[in-house]
Design a protein around this ligand. Structure first.
Ligand code: URP
Ligand code: ZN
Ligand code: ZN
Ligand code: ZN
Length: 489
């Protein structure tokens, strides 16, 4: 029979349906699931017997066409190439970032600029999180307007000079986010610990890519995570800690959740599949895996992160796709090589790894998560937290878009080695080159249209078919109290 996964607690193989009439079913997905297929005339029949049918992937952490945070480097993927890569890997919805520069007081200006970059260029449906790096009066006053424009989330940083907010500014953001039912994503690393450690390494002339890991110790993440939780608890507002790499940071998150606080967390494939050894390679090669926080020690850390996914500490598994070309001395990772630093300097390496296309297949091929949990963390929960549910992240009759990822029956593909040349991003490497995978999407379907057909022509979606999604509010647990009174604290 056909596997149909219902993310709201129902997994069944009872519906022995063929995927009839997909092309006709836009807006009519309900009758499809209810089995009244016979009455429909199929434009096309997809036989998915024995396969797995899931809601399309929702990747809520993707950087496209963003200026680098520091030093040189330039995003390798724009909205066209990044969203193209996503559908080929089974992801139908992206939430990317609209970055505000510190010198720019307005968030709305950043939103408009980002709309221009995305408009008519996307293969997936999409929305934006605003990156708030200047939390002055103007930005804060724009929160209600953001909401009216369908934006219900922000990202803020506790590190990176170009983006970092002081604790008082974080409180300003959280306080206003609470009033406007905005979810705040927090990059939780202690900027001072990182900067101090970089200085110590420089005094010893240690510049190789592997020292990026040394300069971002777990304690920087652990401390900032605990501080972010404390600030959220004080304001009584939901937050999501992004790209958690350290099981000890996850323990703080889990403890806060156990106290009933609306603390959410994200992790990424790089914290399940990469280690610090991936940065410790001859020459400059390690730069390929420079991201922040960095990959940690090894299997114990990976195990801790998998457990956190299984036990619900992590709400979402996102890619943090942040692509830079490697072999490019002008705009890529190698742009930091100079006569002064012939092997580069770790602190200038643009941070981030590509991964929007490999996220689902890596996680599914690991054969670690129950399918139910896999769907939750790769699709449903992101839709719930960021105000897209049940249009996205679900297969609910009459409510969900017909966004589907169809996987092969177990074992049908056989083991194969991942090669960057088969990916569709605009990056000249994948950190996962040569890994053995067992799964790859057979079809990706967006609003009833097949956009990826692995056994057919591959990429069959069209640039510009992807639409901007106006988002509502989170349907996950929010503020604990109705009113905010300073006297209560
Ligand atoms: O190294 C990373 N994660 N680069 C992307 C920027 C960010 O902080 O998410
Ligand atoms: Zn970040
Ligand atoms: Zn990121
Ligand atoms: Zn192909």
């Amino acid at each position: 029979g056909l596997f149909v996964l219902r993310p709201d607690g129902w997994v069944g193989s009872a519906l022995a349906l063929r995927m009839d009439a997909i092309g006709e079913l836009e807006g009519y997905f309900g009758s499809f699931l209810r089995g009244s297929l016979e009455s429909l005339v199929a434009k096309r029949t997809i036989d998915a017997r024995g396969g797995m049918v899931m809601p399309g992937g929702v990747d809520a952490h993707v950087h496209l066409a963003e200026p680098a945070l520091f030093g040189k480097g330039q995003s390798a993927d724009n909205y066209e190439t990044g969203t193209r890569s996503a559908i080929c890997g089974g992801t139908t919805t992206l939430i990317t970032f609209a970055p505000q520069r510190k010198s720019e007081p307005s968030l709305l200006a950043a939103l408009e600029e980002t709309h221009k970059r995305a408009q008519d260029n996307c293969y997936t449906d999409y929305s934006f999180h605003l990156i708030c790096s200047n939390a002055g009066r103007q930005a804060i006053s724009e929160f209600p307007t953001l909401r009216s424009k369908g934006i219900s989330s922000l990202k803020i940083y506790m590190t990176y000079e170009a983006l970092q907010l002081k604790d008082s500014e974080i409180l300003d953001v959280l306080f206003e986010a609470r009033k406007n039912k905005i979810v705040t994503m927090i990059h939780a690393e202690n900027g001072a610990i990182i900067d101090w450690t970089i200085k110590k390494l420089e005094e010893k002339k240690l510049f190789d890519p592997k020292y990026h890991v040394t300069s971002h110790p777990p304690v920087a993440e652990i401390e900032a995570t605990y501080r972010a939780i404390s600030l959220s608890e004080f304001i009584d507002v939901p937050i999501l800690i992004v790209h958690v790499s350290s099981p000890s940071a996850a323990a703080h998150i889990s403890a806060a959740q156990s106290r009933g606080l609306p603390i959410y967390a994200e992790t990424c494939p790089q914290y399940l599949f990469l280690t610090r050894k991936d940065l410790d390679k001859p020459g400059f090669e390690g730069a390929k895996c420079v991201c922040s926080p960095p990959p940690r020690e090894g299997s114990q850390d990976h195990e801790g992160i998998w457990k956190g996914i299984e036990d619900g500490t992590f709400t979402v598994l996102s890619s943090d796709h942040c692509p830079f070309i490697y072999e490019d001395t002008e705009i890529g990772k190698k742009s930091v090589i100079s006569p002064e630093y012939p092997n580069g300097h770790f602190k200038y390496i643009p941070n981030g790894c590509p991964g929007v296309e490999t996220r689902l297949s890596l996680a599914l091929s690991a054969n670690r998560l129950k399918l139910q949990k896999f769907v939750e963390v790769t699709s449903t929960n992101a839709a719930k937290l960021y105000g897209l549910y049940p249009r996205k992240g679900a297969l609910i009759p009459d409510e969900s878009d017909a966004d589907l990822t169809i996987w092969y029956p177990d074992g049908e593909l056989g083991d194969f080695d991942l090669k960057n040349e088969s990916l569709h991003h605009n990056v000249d490497y994948t950190p996962y080159e040569g890994r053995t995978l067992k799964q790859w999407p057979r079809y990706t379907i967006l609003r009833g249209e097949v956009v990826w057909d692995r056994d057919g022509e591959g990429l069959v979606g069209a640039k510009g078919y992807g639409q901007f999604l106006e988002r509502g509010v989170s349907v996950l647990k929010g503020s604990v109290k109705e009113e905010w009174n300073v006297e209560d604290f």
